[in-house]
Design a protein around this ligand. Structure first.
Ligand SMILES: Nc1nc2c(ncn2[C@@H]2O[C@H](COP(=O)(O)OP(=O)(O)O)[C@@H](O)[C@H]2O)c(=O)[nH]1
Ligand SMILES: [Mg+2]
Length: 647
């Protein structure tokens, strides 16, 4: 592959509903430009873009890949994204590396949920878009109907370029000067038309529709032709927002003569090559062999292995200029979202936005003692896919994996086994219940062992009551009933007990303890004996002070189209949830503000998706602890006791 300058490079993300033909379109483009000699089929695992072992096994894309297509002295870098909703993180990062997106639509299926989501993401990140109708050779396809549906869903900005006359007014509207000319002459010159069209595309006001059959190779060259003419050049991209080394906001222009800077938008763990970082060069030129600086990890990195990728194939690259996408192997201190720059000119480009997890699973190593391997394997996978999170819950002692859905989480555990040889099993998720008291108690804790050998003697009287704080301790001793030097041991004994309550072994909170009386023995008393006495008092004191269980309650903001509001609200009631309010959204649909106990929400991401045909989404955050209703609390306590007896 020869070197290209920014003006001859176009970067385009392929997005759309799973199965619309993104990966096959790339095959067709490579076939049409003579890179491959026959069309690989996704089903046979023979495409250039879906080359990952897991992708071949599953038969669909799970990870972003870059496929450059050379056409008419131009290089079109296509960034192929996975279509499943679980992989929205991949789409977000791909959109950061391109100047336009091509939303592929299966013409035999029309607008699908994945089409709507792709449109929404492009709009959210202000990425110019094109629509490619694919599979047009299929018998049931009615192009006019699909275009009418697109216009209805997305507005009149969706246009076909065949009919220039009807387009001219729309195009003239993108620019004042053009409008003036148009109103006078009722037409535009070719030059004006082209200028207006690119302005409209860049602002997202004009979204051209093309058509092709990737399977039969029909219309592919025409699409490549149009894209190479109409996709904004990387150099025309607005300056990128960044922070300098003093954390001041700056703008970085796409300029081949500027200081070198690149954004790592994707990390791949290749079974043969190891770690590969995909980098969009924003400014200057990155060169093979050069030493570059990572502004987040604050480390130098040597660009030893430097190449262009075409799916699974690599080609050594001497350099990559501003606007191009390049692959760098074996960076040691770099992960997705980092900026590579000069040490003397440190910048941090805006980080890539990943959606917060909506589904969590608890995992354990299948083999005892593999905990460390699980941890390090998952940490490395996270470099590849920062859209999942790894959490260790200190109260339930479980390892949690959070992501966007079952497919994503299953793939993570499968990769863990495949790449790092560790097997994990999914176990029921525990809730971090807590214990507290609602009443007061006044109890004695006495530890006495004075038969044979050295004796033990500790005796305390403690008053327990509810507190706003996690734990409060005080002493109101008089007359030396308990010598002062044993008081810290009493406090320590109580604190240790707070970790594991007497009801169901949960963390205890909101307790005030006042040590006010007791007795001691000259010879047999020691710190240990007083600690034990305190713990005896604690158990009794909590049980006698109207103890109860608390559970975490989550706040959910649920976005759904109007048609599903009733179902979603009904379902919330079944989950002991409350709908606190509702707000209509500008683009249609409603935002529901709700609260529900965490115990009822484990499968919510899965259920909401199936209940709304994947059109609903939600953001969930911890809100507060609340008392567990007594019938449910009793069951939790009984389960805990049964578990203890079986140990
Ligand atoms: N009939 C027909 N099938 C196609 C066409 N393009 C892709 N397909 C098929 O649609 C399915 C999904 O294609 P794929 O490229 O994996 O879609 P992706 O998920 O968007 O990457 C595969 O079975 C392809 O063979 C086309 O133009 N016509
Ligand atoms: Mg694909």
């Amino acid at each position: 592959m020869k070197g290209y300058k920014g003006e001859n490079i176009r970067n385009i993300a392929l997005v759309g509903h799973g199965g619309c033909g993104k990966t096959t379109f790339l095959e067709a483009a490579l076939l049409a430009t003579g890179v491959i000699s026959r069309l690989g089929r996704v089903e046979d695992g023979q495409t250039v873009s879906d080359y990952d072992k897991m992708e071949i096994e599953k038969g669909y894309s799970i990870s972003t890949s870059v496929v450059p297509v050379e056409y008419n002295n131009m290089k079109l870098n296509f960034v192929d994204t996975p279509g499943f909703f679980d992989f929205v993180g991949e789409v977000n990062s791909a959109l950061r590396a391109v100047e336009a997106a091509a939303i592929i639509v299966d013409a035999s299926a029309g607008v699908q949920v994945g089409t709507e989501k792709a449109w929404a993401s492009c709009k959210q990140f202000g990425v110019p878009r094109f629509i490619i109708l694919n599979k047009i050779e299929k018998e049931n396809v009615n192009i006019d109907e699909v275009i009418a549906e697109l216009k209805e869903k997305f507005g009149t900005s969706v246009v076909t370029l065949e009919d220039r006359e009807s387009l001219e007014e729309e195009i003239a509207g993108t620019d004042e000067e053009l409008m003036e000319y148009y109103l006078e002459n009722m037409e535009l010159t070719d030059e004006q038309f082209a200028k207006g069209l690119s302005l409209g595309i860049a602002s997202g006001d004009v979204v051209p529709v093309f058509q092709c059959s990737a399977m039969e190779g029909e219309g592919i060259k025409e699409v490549l032709d149009q894209l190479s003419k109409l996709v904004p050049s990387p150099e025309s991209h607005a300056p990128y927002h960044a922070l300098n080394d003093k954390d001041e906001e700056i703008e970085v222009a796409v300029d081949p003569a500027g200081k070198p800077a690149g954004l790592v938008f994707k990390t791949i763990a290749d079974p043969f090559l190891g770690k590969i970082s995909l980098v969009k060069v924003i400014s200057g030129t990155l060169k093979a062999g050069q030493t570059i600086y990572n502004s987040r990890s604050e480390k130098d990195e040597k660009l030893g292995s430097f190449f262009f990728m075409r799916g699974k194939n690599q080609e050594d690259a001497p350099e990559a200029v501003a606007g191009d996408i390049v692959a760098i192997g074996k960076l040691q201190y770099t992960k997705t979202g980092d900026t590579l720059c000069e040490k003397a000119n440190q910048i941090k480009l805006d980080p890539i936005e990943f959606p917060s997890p909506t589904l969590y699973i608890a995992v354990e190593p299948a083999k005892q003692g593999d905990d460390e391997k699980v941890g390090s394997g998952l940490t490395r996978l996270m470099e590849e896919d920062p859209s999942f999170v790894l959490e260790r819950n200190n109260e339930t002692h479980q390892t949690l994996l959070g992501g966007q859905g079952e497919i994503q989480l299953n793939i993570i555990t499968a990769k863990l086994k495949d790449k790092y040889g560790v097997d994990v099993v999914t176990v029921p998720q525990k809730i971090p219940y807590r214990e507290t008291i609602k009443g007061n108690s006044d109890v004695q804790g006495k530890h006495k062992k004075q038969t044979g050998g050295a004796g033990q003697y500790g005796d305390v009287w403690i008053k327990f009551s509810p507190s706003q704080e996690e734990f409060e301790f005080g002493e109101e001793l008089f007359g030396g009933s308990v010598p002062k030097n044993y008081v810290p041991a009493v406090e320590k004994g109580l604190k240790e007990c707070m970790e594991k309550g007497p009801l169901a072994g949960c963390k205890v909170t909101g307790v005030k303890a006042i040590l006010y009386d007791g007795s001691y023995h000259d010879v047999d008393s020691n710190e240990m004996a007083f600690k034990i006495a305190a713990s005896l008092a604690f158990k009794k004191g909590i049980v006698e002070a109207k103890p109860c269980l608390l559970e975490p309650v989550m706040k959910l903001e649920i976005t759904v189209p109007d048609d599903y509001v009733g179902d979603v609200m009904g379902d919330m009631n079944k989950r002991r949830g409350k709908v606190l309010g509702m707000e209509p959204l500008a683009g249609g649909g409603q935002k529901l503000m709700t609260e529900a106990p965490q115990a009822e929400l484990f499968d919510y991401a899965v259920v909401l998706r199936s209940m709304t045909q994947a059109r609903g989404s939600f953001v969930m955050n911890f809100e507060r602890y609340e008392e567990v209703p007594s019938n449910l609390a009793q069951k939790i306590i009984d389960d805990y006791k049964a578990e203890q007896e079986n140990k």
